[in-house]
Design a protein around this ligand. Structure first.
Ligand SMILES: Nc1ncnc2c1ncn2[C@@H]1O[C@H](COP(=O)(O)OP(=O)(O)O)[C@@H](O)[C@H]1O
Ligand SMILES: [Mg+2]
Length: 330
């Protein structure tokens, strides 16, 4: 293969999370360098490829399988190797506890089964946007060392009529090759469909089929659905999950912890308690965004310390954005 094709293959394999294709391309590049008598470079590349530190990531059998795609070649899911853990999250104690217990149960699943009990493995995370639902799913996966398979519900059902069943089968054949956190964001798409009956219950069937297959075949995976609009989900859907976790806007103590976390690594001098009081009603994502704006202002001004005036600016920008989005249609 020509060098340009190898580089393309390398990048494509990365985008698709395809480890096997990545290794094939990388090895071909190393071989190519050896042929050109660039032995030092070839040795360096081989050392990078074999780096034992990188092997911490458990090898997923599934990474040897190509990603499932629709008939017109849209990937039905994307694979993420999460780089976050519980340390990156600030949650109220009851929520932290549930998340930790889920991780424990997954780790103890064989012992639980020996007692005739299944670990909780299908979860619904509900609550306002920006409260850490998706991030918690990633953090659970991070804690367990599992990759996340993120499903695009719209892609699963939007392709040609009658292809949904085939798409689902593709997804599940793929998932059977490994152990995953299967993340299903914006699960309430389901409820929106009920309001507009035009697509004949397709989404509902998809979700029912998914939950059933997970119940039956995916003992070694976790299934997490998230929704900002739980009112759109009917109780029959709620009941299908082993547990439902309600995420809340942070109280003042939690906001203090969030501000500290988001300013970690930056020098700051301000009254954090007062700032947290002023951020009443902010979601964690909004707190993060205000802190990032404050840091940006500090850097633009060539200053070294985040102070309350930077934070005031950060909050002002965040509030302007909130006003703009609440007046936007949809
Ligand atoms: N509880 C939290 N602790 C720390 N950071 C958070 C938290 N919630 C949200 N964030 C930040 O906001 C971003 C968006 O949060 P996300 O998990 O996508 O919210 P949701 O899925 O509830 O809408 C996250 O990537 C993270 O940077
Ligand atoms: Mg989300």
């Amino acid at each position: 293969m020509a060098r340009s094709d190898l580089v393309k293959a390398l990048m494509r394999s990365h985008q698709h999370g395809d480890d096997r294709a990545f290794h094939t391309a990388a090895e071909a590049i190393i071989e190519d360098e050896r042929r050109k008598r660039h032995d030092l470079l070839a040795d360096d590349l081989a050392a990078i490829l074999e780096d034992p530190a990188a092997k911490r990531r458990p090898l997923q059998v599934s990474s040897l399988t190509p990603l499932p795609k629709t008939r017109d070649e849209h990937p039905l899911l994307s694979i993420v190797q999460p780089s976050v853990s519980f340390q990156d999250l600030v949650l109220s104690p009851p929520i932290s506890e549930v998340l930790a217990s889920i991780v424990d149960e997954f780790r103890l699943r064989s012992q639980l089964r020996a007692h005739g009990v299944q670990p909780r493995s299908t979860l619904l995370f509900v609550g306002p946007p920006g409260t850490g639902k998706s991030m918690s799913a990633l953090a659970i996966a991070g804690e367990l060392g599992l990759p996340v398979a993120r499903i695009q519900l719209a892609v699963v059902v939007s392709s040609y009529l009658g292809e949904t069943a085939r798409n689902l089968e593709q997804i599940f054949r793929f998932l059977e090759t490994g152990s995953w956190v299967l993340l299903f964001d914006e699960f309430d798409l389901l409820g929106r469909e009920r309001a507009d009956r035009s697509d004949h219950g397709e989404l509902r069937r998809v979700v029912a089929a998914m939950l059933q297959i997970i119940d039956e075949h995916h003992a070694d995976s976790l299934f997490i659905a998230t929704s900002n609009h739980p009112a759109l989900l009917d109780t029959a859907v709620w009941r299908r999950f082993d547990d439902v976790v309600e995420f809340d806007l942070p109280d003042k103590a939690t906001r203090v912890a969030l501000i500290r976390l988001k300013l970690r690594g930056v020098r700051h001098r301000m009254d954090i308690t007062a700032t947290a009081s002023a951020m009443d009603g902010y979601s964690p994502a909004e707190i993060e965004s205000a802190c990032l704006n404050a840091i940006r202002l500090m850097v633009r001004r060539n200053e070294q310390t985040v102070a309350s005036e930077h934070m005031a600016y950060g909050m002002e920008r965040e509030e302007a954005r909130r006003r703009a989005s609440s007046s936007s249609p949809g």
